[in-house]
Write a protein that binds this ligand. Structure first.
Ligand code: PEP
Ligand code: CO
Length: 388
């Protein structure tokens, strides 16, 4: 691969969850092409988000981050984007009134095209194919053609992200973008050095490191360490207080609020036990955000992935309670949601027997607009605000 403006330090470290391109030379070519493109976001906007996330770390603002688990190229720049932004804005309106502080909205979009997976392959009816890793890598349909990784998809991911960003700009909703910084060749190709010498990821405003790629000696953390964007790290049930301290030292060595946000996804039944030692391990102000989705997945009797809105709300309740007791700030919510009328999560009018009606996610089940706004109202009600 061509080197990057960071000098490629991360390339010398162990890296997980990268695609196995059948034609590595074709991948090199795409990466070289991406390196010549315009960054997708501006340094000014990225720096402004970092300042707003500093307010989140200090308890003076609240983050609402959400969007698809896996975005689809087919929906890039479409009305689906308007609907997602609409849900985020609606939630922000409810929560800013209830909490009495500004709400910062960040989409899980314009780049959320790569997924970490637990298994490399999937079997259906005796046929074994590579697992779907997001539209930036392969296609979701269960055919050999779709599932074979194709590096030209990296360029399509850039184009799709640009289309969605253009659409968001027309909405004038002041919504930032974010995605999981998983595919390091893609992210490295979009690094740009600004005149003041800092290096920014040009792919998005906020980049996060997933629970599967947050190893202290690994390439993803090293990559995040070297960029000036605000970064987030997901913390699942295996995260330890030592991990929190190490990640703070690596990613926020100067103790600059807004630089690092921890997104905990511990599960409704474990958050009250697992979160206190993590929150108390932080020796400097850092953002604490609740992802109440990824610790609450379950499989229905007919084999569908779902989540119950009640479990989502229970994890949020635990998150607020723990931070209140720990003297830390509950800084926001990170949700998988869509403005489309899907039936993927149970609750808010969707029963398990009806999940098949409009189950369209390419990866994890999302809240629909009714469920997401219902959740915001339920959280608001906890603060004594009467739901609209
Ligand atoms: C995700 O956000 O879709 C995801 C894979 O999350 P995590 O890294 O927390 O498992
Ligand atoms: Co997901």
């Amino acid at each position: 691969m061509s080197d990057d403006v960071l000098g490629g330090t991360w390339r010398r470290l162990p890296v997980v969850q990268q695609p196995d391109w059948p034609d590595p030379e074709a991948a090199h070519q795409v990466v070289r092409d991406l390196a010549s493109r315009e960054p997708l976001v501006t340094v000014d906007d990225t720096d402004r988000l970092r300042r707003e996330l500093a307010a989140v770390a200090h308890g003076q603002a609240f983050l609402v981050q959400g969007g698809d688990c896996a975005e689809l190229f087919a929906e890039a720049g479409s009305e689906a984007v308007d609907r997602t932004v609409g849900v985020l804005s609606g939630m922000a309106g409810v929560l800013t009134t209830a909490l009495g502080i500004p709400v910062v909205t960040v989409g899980r979009f314009a780049g959320q095209y790569a997924k970490p997976r637990s298994n490399s392959h999937e079997e259906r009816g005796g046929v074994v194919l590579p697992v779907y890793r997001g539209d930036a890598v392969n296609g979701a349909r269960f055919t050999r053609e779709d599932r074979t990784p194709d590096p030209r998809r990296l360029a399509r991911a850039y184009d799709a992200s640009a289309a969605t960003l253009a659409r968001v700009r027309t909405l004038r909703a002041s919504c930032y973008t974010s995605h999981e910084g998983l595919l390091l060749d893609y992210e490295a190709a979009l690094l740009r050095r600004s005149p003041d010498g800092r290096v920014h990821a040009g792919s998005t405003h906020l980049l996060w490191i997933g629970d599967r790629t947050r190893q202290a000696g690994g390439a993803h953390v090293e990559f995040a360490r070297r960029i000036a964007n605000p970064v987030a790290v997901k913390l699942g049930p295996t995260a330890t207080p030592g991990d929190v301290r190490t990640l703070l030292e690596l990613l926020d060595p100067d103790g600059e609020p807004g630089r690092l946000t921890f997104v905990t996804r511990l599960g409704a039944d474990r958050v009250r036990d697992l979160l206190p030692p993590l929150a108390e391990a932080a020796d400097r102000p850092v953002g604490w955000v609740c992802d109440p989705m990824h610790g609450n997945g379950r499989i229905t009797a007919d084999g569908r992935k779902t989540r119950a809105v009640d479990d989502v709300l229970a994890e949020i309740d635990g998150f607020f309670a723990v931070h209140r007791e720990s003297g830390t700030h509950p800084g926001g919510l990170h949700l998988e949601l869509t403005g489309d009328d899907v039936t993927e999560c149970v609750g808010g009018g969707v029963v398990e027997a009806n999940l098949g009606r409009r189950y369209t996610t390419a990866c994890d089940p999302r809240l629909n607009a009714t469920q997401a706004l219902g959740l915001a109202n339920a959280v608001a009600a906890r603060f004594g605000a009467v739901p609209a």
